[in-house]
Design a protein around this ligand. Structure first.
Ligand SMILES: *[C@@H]1O[C@H](CO)[C@@H](O)[C@H](O)[C@H]1NC(C)=O
Ligand SMILES: *[C@@H]1O[C@H](CO)[C@@H](O)[C@H](O)[C@H]1NC(C)=O
Length: 294
């Protein structure tokens, strides 16, 4: 207990030390810029609306790349008929051996539930899909979707509830994404060849434009310098000596007991697909899946 009570004080200190490299803001412009179709961006004060119509979708990207930390944004997904549309929110590095952490929100016909697909790419290879539904209607209100990335794990969170954990198992020879700086991206596009009921339901363009709304952009992460080598960025963003980053603290190396319970609840009640259980697709279970067994 004593340790628990001391934690906030200790964390406070770290925050004081880690001013360098910290970016945190609620304003779109400070952190992001349109990536494509700037004419499909609609700004309403602090809120950004991305529009998909029969001429284009739209997407934005962070101005900087980051190593470790936490990225959050509040998103309200396409209301009404969103079948065929996908709203993606992800972190990704560049190049053929890129790493990527994905949230993909798969639309549906009016009244039918959105599916949330998550995926993790390591060294250019994905195929780690999980799919779940949500415990609320994500088209009615804004909800906070976050990715927390430490050297120990990648955690996907919905309103601070962990919905997926990808654990560092380098000790078993399994590569873990921790050497490549990643940008933060979001976009809306037409994916009616696969998104809704496996591609059976097509986008009904008479219901366009399809709008996904955003606000509350936050990035609390180590900004990687473009001019610096990957090794030097890795050093810059790792704790050493007096330099302590919160993402290297033991508290964030694994889920708390409470978060573990939340994750089990999500998996028991909302998970509808897990590549780890797809024996038709993977007759031999992917190595990192062994850890998912509780
Ligand atoms: C796209 O939508 C607009 C507005 O609904 C319509 O006028 C136009 O004909 C559509 N274009 C195509 C190629 O379907
Ligand atoms: C859409 O709704 C159907 C029927 O409820 C459901 O089976 C499906 O998983 C939902 N989501 C997608 C993306 O197809």
């Amino acid at each position: 207990m004593a340790v628990l009570f001391r934690m906030p004080v200790v964390l406070g200190l770290f925050v004081g030390v880690m001013v360098l490299g910290l970016a945190s803001s609620a304003k779109f412009d400070e952190l992001f810029q349109p990536g494509w179709a700037p004419d499909h961006f609609i700004f309403e004060g602090e809120q950004l609306n991305l529009k998909l119509d029969n001429s284009s979708g739209a997407g934005f990207a962070s101005k900087s790349k980051y190593l470790f930390g936490k990225v959050s944004m509040q998103i309200k997904l396409v209301e009404g008929d969103s079948a065929g549309t996908v709203t993606a929110y992800y972190m990704s590095s560049d190049g053929p051996n890129h790493n990527e952490f994905d949230f993909e929100f798969l639309g549906n016909t009016s009244g039918e539930p959105y599916l949330v697909q998550t995926n993790v790419y390591v060294n250019g290879v994905g195929n780690r899909e999980q799919r779940m539904n949500l415990w609320f209607d994500p088209t009615k209100d804004f909800h906070t979707y976050s990715i927390r990335w430490t050297q120990r794990q990648v955690v996907f969170l919905v309103d601070e509830t962990p919905v997926r954990v990808h654990t560092n198992m380098e000790h078993k020879g399994i590569p873990f994404p921790k050497d490549q700086a990643m940008g933060v991206y979001s976009s809306i596009w037409n994916a009616d060849d696969w998104a809704t009921q496996g591609g059976l339901v097509k986008t009904d363009w008479s219901h366009a434009p399809f709008i996904a709304s955003y606000k509350g952009f936050e990035i609390d992460a180590c900004e990687a310098a473009v001019s610096v080598s990957a090794d030097d960025n890795a050093k810059k963003c790792s704790s050493s000596g007096e330099k302590r980053f919160w993402w290297d603290e033991p508290t964030f190396s694994e889920l708390s007991l409470h978060q573990n319970h939340q994750l089990l609840w999500v998996r028991a009640n909302h998970l509808v697909y897990d590549y780890c259980s797809d024996t038709a697709r993977f007759p031999v279970m992917p190595v990192e899946c062994e850890h998912h067994r509780h």
